[in-house]
Design a protein around this ligand. Sequence first.
Ligand code: 6PG
Length: 247
Amino acid sequence: MSSREIPGQLITERDPAAATTEAAERIATALIEALATRGRATLALSGGNTPRAAYATLARRAGVDWSRVDVYWVDERAVPPDDDRSNYRWAKATLLDAAPIAPEHVHRMPADAPDLESAARSYEKVVREGVPVDVDGVSAFDVMVLGVGDDGHTASLFPGDRTIDVTDRSVIAVGAQRGLEARLTFTRTVIQHARVVLVLVVGAHKRAALARAWSREGDIHETPSRLVRDCKGQVLWIADEPAAATA
Ligand code: 6PG
């Protein structure tokens, strides 16, 4: 009997294509609901490979008034915005260039800046100015898309890193580590205050990380994606069968 205790709703799809379609539809629905409720919507995107197809599908989804949506990033690598490793580059190729989103509503995370700490502070200001705060005074994104690494990280909050413990900031710099470039990332605080968090995970190689994220007991320092367990908003896990299977 697995000691799974999945925080939020789990939608399991038969394969990556079905998970992609479902993710795009859920993002669109959450945006449309935010637009109807609050008149505007804020969307924060994660990078990596998994969400690219969902972003491309989302761009083609009718019914989203993109003129009232502002796009931000959950994290970004310290590379130029046209670099193949850039989360912005791929969001631009899949979503921004395909949906009618005006440049002034695109808020790129400047992780290519020479001083990452001051870049973090400047993006905190961008978020503070652009994203309405909730009752706790924290900028509350309407929709936030997350992924999970096969090591259990989410955003750029990595296992064994003290960045998971930072709660008095919204954006921080993450030093180069484990062969990865330096990054900027949202902290758990911003992530946990998003109104709708959609976690898209596909592939058998993610199964063990998901099992750790979903187990009743676990260490957030070992599996930072466990931070989703304390999200205040609605959490939707969308996974294909290989990823969601009981380990
Ligand atoms: C990043 C992402 C990161 C991603 C996971 C999963 O910049 O790498 O924001 O948090 O969601 O690493 O990445 P894949 O989808 O490529 O497995």
